[in-house]
Design a protein. Sequence first.
Length: 134
Amino acid sequence: MIQLIIGKKGTGKTKVLIEKINDAIKTTTGDLVCIEKGEKIRYDISYKVRLVDADRFGISGYETLYGFIAGMMAGNYDIKEIYVDSVLKIGGPDLNELGVTLDKLDVLTGDDTLLVFTVSADESELPDTVKKYL
């Protein structure tokens, strides 16, 4: 299942993401992963969450992001929730390409894993391939 947190820069998306992560750690039955560009939220989330710096692992572009998530899930069947902060900074500004990647990830995860992304865009800017995950 995929969820999106959308809004322009400075609207509090990352704060909402941090709250979701810290709430989920109390109730999840599996592992949680947070992927971000840089390490700006390291001290805001629980130490129980596997924090991944996209830069450190060379994740840039949507194909690389998809491959990384697929590889993590293949290597750890206990991952139940994955959070990605600033997906446009990691994958790139092409919202149509984001939609294609979300479709592929939705097939990959099914109902077994929750994926939550922050997207710096207004709803009016999103193509239908992305809007369907709102």
